[in-house]
Write a protein that binds this ligand. Sequence first.
Ligand code: DCP
Ligand code: CA
Ligand code: CA
Length: 380
Amino acid sequence: MSLWKNPVEKQASQPRVIMLVDLDYFFAQCEEVRNPSLRNKPVVVCVYSGRSGESGVVSTANYEARKYGVKSGIPITVAKKRLANVDAVFLPVDHDYYDRVSEEVMNILRNHADVFEQAGVDEAYLDVSERVGRSFDKARELAEKIKEEVRRSKGLTCSIGIGPNKLVAKIAADSQKPDGLTVVKPEEVQGFLSPLPVNRLIGVGAKTQSRMESLGIKTIGDLAGFSVQRLVELFGEKLGIYFYNASHGVDNRPVEEKGETASISRISTLREDTRDTEAIMRKAGELCDEIQAELARRRLKAKQIGIIVISKDTSVHSRSKTLAQPTSNPEALKKDVRELFERFLRESGLEARRVGVKVSGFVRGDSQRRLGSFIQGEAE
Ligand code: DCP
Ligand code: CA
Ligand code: CA
């Protein structure tokens, strides 16, 4: 089989420079930002199951609490015991707040990437190859700048890993926390990975780890000592080849903007209930401007545009159309939005209380590549 003859996929001919930015003790750090008097105290963010006062698990804890062995996933009761004699603070999760902070940080990060991929609520991959001229030293400077900007504007610390691919960047970010910055140049990859325990590789859970241990594989270096044929015999073709590549620090997955939302929408309440197109357009025009700013920031154009009308009786109505040309031009957006509202007012006798504008069917501003499909969520 051809895969066996040349199992290690070559790294891309042009070396890439990939960054993984991960916010430190994220939910707990958000709580510290909201209430600075929490700093220096153990802070435990909890998912209360609601069954009884203290049933549930720890979502995350700040580093002060981690000194006492409190971490994600342990029961709240256990955390309370470990912090029994300490002035610790237990708080319920507030996802809306963390999501807002996350979005603001992601907007900062996105601005520093050639290609941006959000990989979780508190982490993102940035392909910065072009903007640093493929220099790892320049990438380190950029990372320091990013850390400073996130700290200055949001009050948050993060840990950054830089490597020639996602796999190395992620492991590098994890290797020094909190407030870490770890750069692994291509020639340093094998030396960096070899001493680490195998379970630092994605896909090596407790079961695989104990299986590997019985084969004498404790570190990533041990794994790298196996031939690909042997690993395929042991773990099957797909996993065997993956383990072989991963243990040698090879990972060709691109950074992709697949996490991008499928639509951007804004909605707002009118001064008073109305059927007047001009009154509606004063509000809807503002919404178009906000959407245009968001499209510009993400360097996107939209191919579908829609309006939402919520009437006095709270019923939700929508109209949408596909544009001949993708656009991010605010005047073009407003013209289509006006048409859609006029159509709605012709077809319905209702008064509008809240109005919304939504765009979707994104293509990149500089090409026609389609990014997401149109999701039609509203009831007619
Ligand atoms: N999270 C959770 N339950 C888990 C793991 C995580 O609710 N078992 C939530 C809370 C975390 C957030 O996801 O704040 C991000 O997870 P991370 O794994 O990145 O962990 P933290 O950011 O909390 O800590 P670290 O400083 O180790 O990154
Ligand atoms: Ca984190
Ligand atoms: Ca994370």
